[in-house]
Design a protein around this ligand. Structure first.
Ligand code: NAG
Ligand code: NAG
Length: 183
């Protein structure tokens, strides 16, 4: 019986870990540049993108700008607007010093300073939001048939599939543990 108890204690953390990995993660607020008042001409040109590359953005997260001085503002632009630093036709413009932008889809988002000349000096940001498929693949690799004609699962189905996978693993563990083969 003591043996059984010890086995349960050994398995419990694993099961809890699996359950935690199942719960949908909360939306995250990302403070652009990592701190307040950082939306300025950076000391090195790719500073904002280096910050972005250190983070993992997912659909539903927010980008946040907190600036005391309202001398600068944030323009969301197209890729072309980003590359040419064109401030004349933004997708959206934010100028109240406290800006919160929802990353409501996967793919790239582009932001530049609204102040003429600042974007050219590196005050620009590209954020790539991971798709749910990417998210799923990176956490639960499942070998796909080499030449499957089966339709790919819809985005919303991703979590349900992951759940099934994990339930099977948990089931196997419990079965193995009951049979005394595992421990
Ligand atoms: C900036 O964008 C506007 C509108 O899309 C366009 O008319 C203008 O020619 C562009 N300017 C530059 C310098 O690319
Ligand atoms: C995949 O399957 C299709 C239809 O069955 C076939 O025509 C095609 O040659 C296959 N491709 C490969 C890479 O096996």
């Amino acid at each position: 019986m003591a043996q059984l108890k010890r086995s349960i204690m050994a398995v419990l953390p694993l099961v809890l870990m699996l359950i935690v990995s199942l719960t949908p993660s909360e939306a995250t607020d990302f403070l652009v540049g990592g701190k307040e008042n950082s939306w300025q001409v950076p000391s090195s040109p790719s500073e904002f993108n280096r910050w972005a590359q250190k983070n993992r953005f997912k659909v539903g997260d927010y980008l946040v700008w907190k600036e005391d001085a309202k001398s600068d503002w944030v323009l969301e632009v197209t890729r072309q607007g980003y590359e040419t630093c064109n401030t004349s036709n933004p997708v959206r413009s934010y100028s109240d010093g406290s800006t919160r932008v929802k990353l409501d889809r996967s793919g790239p988002f582009f932001f530049i300073s609204g102040v003429k000349g600042h974007c050219e000096k590196g005050q620009k940001l590209e954020v790539v939001v991971l798709s749910e498929d990417h998210h799923r693949k990176s956490e639960a690799p499942s070998p796909a048939p080499a030449n499957s004609t089966a339709p790919t699962p819809a985005h919303s189905g991703g979590n349900a599939l992951l759940r099934d996978d994990v339930m099977i693993v948990v089931g196997l563990f419990i079965k193995g543990f009951m049979l005394g083969h595992l421990f």
